[in-house]
Design a protein around this ligand. Structure first.
Ligand code: ADP
Length: 292
């Protein structure tokens, strides 16, 4: 059977981007009016294809712009965060080294304590940056072992309490079955939540609970601080996200991002609820049968 072919070029902005081919098996031949109609349809198809390319290019551009924006924010946040502790360290060291003044022991200890604390902050910040860069390119590696979370929480609380005498921590820990978990990583999550509550809810009570819920363990971690406005809640686990207006408090927006990655690697879930002037509660759900 003879095939009659009609090929029509599809035009992009500067070049031909394809061909529309019409085939009529067994004839008759295409007439002039049909060729004109096919040419019109061909130009419509070209327009539609060009629009699709345009939309895709727009999407790629806007993703790139977001990435550039995130990188700019990152550089701005990190240089500010690095500069603050460095400024303290430099300032107090220069003061202590001044030849024209002598400092009594109490003042020396006060200055050295500040230098010590600021160095710890710097170390923590650099660790977080390195960690988050690693997490971008790979998932977290866990060292899974049978773990009693109620005992782990108790140990963390004793340690945190020893370091922050003023912090009032209440615990309500059910005796829960062991899970497969990474001791160091889960300790890191709790440390981070404690560090946030001392930072953002200073002077508040902190209540830590654990209980079993069907196939999961549920940790709740609540403070009675100023809370987080609803509008910002969906973003606080994002990398580098800080609630606007937090610039005067030390931080890089990496803490909760890292917590989330650790909990996800355990096949668990972390989320937050918060009420202005009432406080903030973080929930962590971890499967008892971990298949990680
Ligand atoms: P960072 O503390 O370095 O800013 P995080 O990822 O730990 O970063 O926290 C993200 C943001 O969530 C913080 O900037 C802060 O605004 C908010 N946030 C976290 N924990 C609390 C809390 N307990 N109370 C109020 N705000 C909090």
């Amino acid at each position: 059977m003879q095939a009659y072919l009609l090929g029509l070029p599809l035009y992009g902005r500067e070049k031909i981007i394809g061909v529309m081919v019409l085939i009529r098996f067994g004839g008759p031949e295409y007439k002039d009016a049909q060729i004109t109609l096919a040419t019109i349809i061909g130009s419509w198809v070209s327009v539609l294809l060009n629009r699709k390319v345009h939309i895709e290019t727009d999407q790629i551009l806007s993703t790139l712009q977001q990435k550039v924006q995130l990188q700019d924010d990152f550089v701005a946040t990190i240089s500010h965060e690095l500069r603050t502790p460095l400024g303290f360290i430099k300032g107090y060291t220069t003061t202590l080294l001044r030849k024209d003044t002598t400092w009594d022991d109490e003042t020396k200890i006060e200055f050295l304590t500040i230098i010590d604390e600021e160095t710890d902050r710097l170390t923590q910040l650099i660790d977080n940056i390195l960690e988050s860069a690693k997490l971008q390119s790979s998932t977290i590696e866990l060292n899974l072992l049978p773990l009693r979370l109620d005992s782990l929480i108790r140990d963390v609380v004793v340690r945190v309490q020893a370091r922050n005498k003023d912090l009032r921590i209440e615990v309500d820990l059910d005796k829960v079955p062991p899970i497969q978990g990474d001791n160091i990583r889960l300790t890191q999550v709790l440390d981070n939540l404690f560090s946030n509550s001392t930072k953002y809810a200073p002077g508040s009570n902190v209540l830590v609970r654990i209980k079993k819920e069907k196939k999961y363990l549920l940790i709740t971690f609540s403070d009675e601080g100023p809370g987080i406005p609803n509008a910002y809640l969906p973003y606080i686990f994002e990398r580098f996200y800080r609630v606007p207006g937090e610039n005067n408090r030390f931080g890089s927006g990496l803490g909760l991002y890292i917590c989330n990655q650790i909990i996800l690697a355990h096949h668990g879930k972390i989320w937050v609820e918060s009420e202005i002037d009432r406080g903030t509660t973080f929930f962590i759900q971890l499967p008892i049968e971990n298949t990680a």
